[in-house]
Design a protein around this ligand. Structure first.
Ligand SMILES: N[C@@H](CCC[C@H](N)C(=O)O)C(=O)O
Length: 294
């Protein structure tokens, strides 16, 4: 089967975007994996599939598959690319678009400066919904909130990683580090991702506080490995930093692939929505022959 695609990126987090507004390709998990493959396919951290809205109050639905082929609930950088995509293809002319994602509905706005703002909804702290199983873990209180000491089994011995846990529709564990450049992302990331306390696995964020309005962040993403940026990871990290008393309500997040701005009035109202602003860029378009893969 030959299918058209668009390659996009948001702060270096890259996507293959597929248009299923006029019919479905019916791709298997292995075929999503093939598209994401950087040697045999197009190459991407995630595949985004745009579909018609399931209900009249929404404009579209879009699906997110990680590079490992698994479908997930939310993707911040992908959301920004999605809204640029539907505009560039003339699928809508509305400046504000409401879209269904697996984790709920989100609202997106194209700004005059070319950046995109996404209302990502309120963060979720309910441990069951995350999902996070704290059995056997003793929370450590810090700045009025808590972190959870995860034991990580490294070849050199067991280390403890105190993580804050928060869901942005998808699950995140956030670890404070002194310096993101020397943080053990490649070594600890996969162990946090697959720690038994997270039944659906987790995205692992390594957060360096620069000052109350600036942070640096690297994220080892569930199902994709370390990416150049993670939008929901940036939201989760700033939410965690605010709840731990370390950050103000608006924060610039420097990722390896670019800068995102995150705003959350959660110091006053935990149910306040998280607003994420950042870039969304089309890289190229093409067609690819997708082999039959079960
Ligand atoms: N890159 C994304 C997150 C994509 C999904 C994530 N890997 C997960 O499994 O939850 C973002 O920008 O938020």
């Amino acid at each position: 089967m030959r299918i058209p695609f668009t390659k996009m990126q948001g702060a270096g987090n890259d996507f293959v975007v597929l248009d299923e507004t006029r019919g479905r390709f019916g791709l298997s998990t292995a075929q999503y994996r093939f598209l994401a493959d950087r040697h045999f396919g197009v190459g991407a951290d995630q595949i985004l599939t745009v579909r018609p809205a399931p209900t009249p109050e929404l404009d579209f639905e879009y699906l997110i598959h990680n590079a490992d082929g698994g479908e997930v609930e939310n993707c911040g950088n992908g959301a920004r690319c999605f809204v640029r995509y539907v505009h560039e293809r003339g699928l809508t002319h509305k400046p504000t678009v409401r879209v269904k994602v697996h984790g709920g509905a989100i609202e997106l706005r194209l700004n005059a400066d070319g950046r995109v703002t996404v209302d990502m909804g309120a963060p979720v702290f309910d441990l069951e919904r995350l999902p996070f199983d704290p059995t056997g873990l003793q929370p450590q209180v810090s700045g009025g909130w808590q972190t959870w000491p995860l034991a990580l089994d490294l070849p050199a011995g067991v280390v403890t990683a105190p993580v804050a846990v928060v869901s942005m529709g998808n699950p995140h564990a956030v670890l404070l580090v002194d310096d993101v450049e020397t943080a053990p992302v490649a070594e600890w990331g996969p162990l946090i991702e697959r720690h038994p306390a997270f039944p659906k696995r987790v995205n692992a964020g390594f957060l360096q506080i620069v000052d109350r309005t600036q942070v640096k962040l690297r994220v080892y993403e569930r199902g994709a490995g370390e990416t150049l940026a993670c939008g929901t990871g940036a939201c989760a990290a700033v939410v965690a930093g605010i709840r731990l008393g370390l950050l103000d309500e608006q924060v610039d997040v420097q990722a390896r692939g670019g800068r995102l701005t995150i705003a959350w009035a959660g110091g006053r109202d935990l149910a306040a929505p998280v607003l994420m602003t950042g870039p969304a860029v089309t890289v190229f378009q093409g067609e690819i022959e997708v082999p039959e893969l079960a």
